[in-house]
Design a binder for this molecule. Sequence first.
Ligand SMILES: Nc1ncnc2c1ncn2[C@@H]1O[C@H](COP(=O)(O)OP(=O)(O)OP(=O)(O)O)[C@@H](O)[C@H]1O
Ligand SMILES: Nc1ccn([C@H]2C[C@H](O)[C@@H](COP(=O)(O)O)O2)c(=O)n1
Length: 221
Amino acid sequence: MIVAIDGPSGTGKSSTSKAVAAQLGLSYLDTGAQYRAITWWMVNNGIDIDDPTAIAAVAGKPEIVSGTDPGHPTITVDGTDVAGPIRTQEVTSKVSAVSAVPEVRTRITELQRSLATSAEQGIVVEGRDIGTTVLPDADLKIFLTASPEARAARRSGELKGADVHATRAALIKRDAADSSRKASPLAKADDAVEVDTTDLTLAQVIECVVTLVEEKRAAAK
Ligand SMILES: Nc1ncnc2c1ncn2[C@@H]1O[C@H](COP(=O)(O)OP(=O)(O)OP(=O)(O)O)[C@@H](O)[C@H]1O
Ligand SMILES: Nc1ccn([C@H]2C[C@H](O)[C@@H](COP(=O)(O)O)O2)c(=O)n1
């Protein structure tokens, strides 16, 4: 069972995917963390983020390893645990530029496909282009949405004290960059089920996705 969960930032992809995977005994892969990890490496190694040619030239250098246990997801770069550093404002503001470079996407997509095919019990993979490009044959594709207001309120709650208007503007900017890049943009696959989470609690979204997975499993028997 391969489940692809895509959508803009703050729609609940990570929280939902982790919980669904844990509940159903599946592995879990946060592909955004991989793009953040390669961005962290670029920043740490002084690569000019505004120079796609410079990024492309070194895209194959860092070794990125993702742990896929939904109860304890991990991410390392060249053996260093970067779970904390990849969530800084600096990385968040630069990740769209780095992830738009085709050589970066080719590299990370290979990693994602290899992890998905080696997950013996199945896997929930979340990101922006999983249903359209990375795993177009996924058994179930979900596209989560939510209003910018709801997403900004969720993120501001997480980043205690953050201004909700600035948070809303930042996530709209990142979504626009992720949706308009040439290489594998953020998009809903034609055969994805769209779930608008604006007025749903996280528990309701998890229940909805678990039901969709169980229906797929039953239909496959
Ligand atoms: N339905 C919901 N109702 C209320 N809060 C939610 C809901 N879904 C997620 N959240 C909260 O919103 C925040 C963002 O959720 P999450 O990180 O899962 O989103 P995401 O889509 O993975 O975002 P990103 O793509 O930016 O990583 C978290 O604090 C999470 O607990
Ligand atoms: N499949 C993916 C996943 C993520 N990205 C890029 C675009 C996002 O802005 C960034 C960080 O993702 P997040 O941690 O917020 O989920 O990574 C992508 O291009 N493709």
